[in-house]
Design a protein around this ligand. Sequence first.
Ligand SMILES: [Zn+2]
Length: 306
Amino acid sequence: MRIFDPHIHMTSRTTDDYEAMYAAGVRAVVEPSFWLGQPRTSPASFRDYFDALLGWEPFRAAQYGIAHHCTIALNPKEANDPRCVPILDELPRYLVKDNVVAVGEIGYDSMTPAEDTALAAQLQLAAEHGLPALVHTPHRDKLAGLRRTLDAVRESALPPERVLVDHLNETTVKEAKDSGCWLGFSVYPDTKMDEERMVAILRAYGTEQVLVNSAADWGRSDPLKTRKVGDLMLAEGFDEDAVDRVLWRNPVAFYGLSGRLNLDVTGTEATHEGNSILRGAPKDPHEPDPGPGDGDEPARVPVAEV
Ligand SMILES: [Zn+2]
């Protein structure tokens, strides 16, 4: 099973997660820029974060055989913070970078006028840069949030077939599908969508333009949820082609709209700007094994096979 997780915050995850994801079939991810769980206090904090999404994180992913792209934006929550809003003026210089495959995540959190302004401005930036947009829908008051989101898309220069509306559920899927936008579902442990509900939605609405993601981040989440959905689809009678469509071909098609998707895992050099993911010096294969117990051996890094 080949898997493309179209929404996952790897910056918050460990190398164990990368290893487990590769073993589960994950070969590509998109990491949307979002908030850190605590407020940023200046645009400089965004710049360092965006640079990490463009440099260090793709390097780290490549060490585990996974292609990494990102989406860049001022996230909905921080669109309300006047300390953060000036980063909007700096987005154009990030949106021209090769590894940026969409503007996102944008959208509504609390549906404030400041969020209206940031959403409209960033849909416009997507249109101007020839990029699709990843639009987060609010976790509270979902249907009202979706309707306001679709209104904003309709009023923008970006056609719905270049927009992915994410975090959908049973309440919002029908109107989202009718809009012509791509449909994103985040499958979490305990809350929101789970695998069973996801498979029921796929049965009811089909696999066309549907993307499934783990949205794994610094909160309680599971980077293997994509695989678990694929396994349940097979167990419930979907064929391998349907699984491949949802977990691979649909995300490739959506982010491919950017013209920038490169699924060859490059950058498997041992270091990025002089820094490696290893702790301590790499083991010399010619040196006799000192035996167990010194506790200072570096992590063993799998060689990329893709
Ligand atoms: Zn997210």
